[in-house]
Design a binder for this molecule. Structure first.
Ligand code: FAD
Length: 289
């Protein structure tokens, strides 16, 4: 199974992100989506890690299942929140022993239902632990927020911490955003700190206006007024919202690739339609690596 840093060194990567479902219906939908997206030959696919509770173990199961039963290269997200250092080392050791090679190391946010704690306070601490446990097996990615992490008050400091974290890691994957300038400003800032780690932009096509506005608010991504106006004007027409969302996301992907982005990471929300359409619009062949 390839490591993502090696894939990135060979050319642009095209990757898809999923979350572990909570219900049987969600499970069936994810399985159908994976069957529909596997023929596109994504460079890698990633599975998020829940803020706490039962879906955490599901991430491990889905990742190992993908490794053993599909042609896709999985990346496991892992968050430090609500875990002791020993628990995190144990989870990483299980991934290592199962043959998983790609980990996205995250701090994680405080869950709503339990009192949070962090034995590893920052994502960079988890990067270091993954290096130690992985013994060279893992390619380790980290999160990047193009418009700054929502809890950071001083953007320049956030950029400096990001550059330090990316230097310790092998690659970055960004939160979604809506303008190519947001991505390029972050990349320039990180490069000015002497960090040349590749940063893959995350793309979330709009298929539901209110949902994406809520996500954008939580993640600190600025939702362009012009796009909001366009979408609100047709918000009762789901097909038209999706059509505009896909058109806008396709253009963003083109601009990002033209600007030299090392790949595209699609937030699929466990649904294949938007990703497949953007893929087709971009003229990406199946089995692109
Ligand atoms: P960190 O890199 O630790 O940064 C957190 C904050 O600390 C930032 O404000 C940073 O500026 C600040 N900071 C860093 N170093 C220092 C320092 N030395 N001194 C002072 N301040 C510092 N969450 C999940 O729960 N599950 C997931 O699967 C998941 N997947 C994600 C995937 C992607 C691509 C992205 C972009 C985010 C994902 N998240 C996920 C969300 C993530 O957990 C949150 O954004 C979280 O708030 C921050 O995580 P981080 O890894 O960026 O943290």
């Amino acid at each position: 199974m390839p490591r993502i840093d090696e894939l990135l060194a060979a050319g642009p990567t095209y990757s898809f992100e999923f979350f572990p479902p909570r219900t049987d219906a969600g499970e069936a939908k994810l399985r159908a989506t994976l069957n529909e997206l596997e023929p596109l030959g994504p460079s890698f696919v990633s599975v998020t890690y829940g803020a706490g509770g039962s879906t955490r173990e599901r991430t491990h199961q889905i990742v190992v299942d993908m490794l053993e039963h599909t042609t896709m290269t999985p990346m496991a997200h892992l968050t430090a929140v609500c875990h002791t250092r020993d628990e995190l080392a144990d989870i990483l050791a299980r991934y290592r022993d199962a043959g998983v090679k790609n980990i996205l190391a995250l701090r994680g946010d405080a869950p709503q239902d339990v009192e949070p704690f962090w034995e590893l306070e920052r994502a960079i601490d988890l990067v270091e632990l993954a290096r130690e446990v992985g013994g060279g097996q893992f390619a380790i990615g980290v999160a990047a927020h193009p418009e700054g992490h929502p809890s950071s008050r001083v953007l320049a400091e956030d950029r400096r911490h990001l550059a330090t974290k990316l230097t310790a890691a092998d690659f970055g994957v960004t939160q979604f955003f809506f303008t190519v300038d947001a991505y390029l400003a972050m990349v320039d800032a990180v490069r000015s700190h002497g960090c040349d780690t590749p940063i893959v932009p995350g793309v979330m096509p709009v298929t539901n206006v209110r949902q994406i506005e809520r996500f954008a608010q939580l993640s600190g991504a600025a939702f362009p007024t012009e796009l909001g106006d366009r979408l609100h004007a047709v918000e009762d027409d789901a097909a038209e919202v999706a059509r505009i969302g896909i058109e806008v996301a396709t253009q963003l992907c083109r601009d990002l690739l033209d600007a030299g982005a090392p790949g595209l990471h699609f937030y699929t929300l466990n649904s294949s339609t938007a990703t497949r359409e953007i893929y087709a619009n971009l003229g990406l062949p199946a089995a692109t690596r």
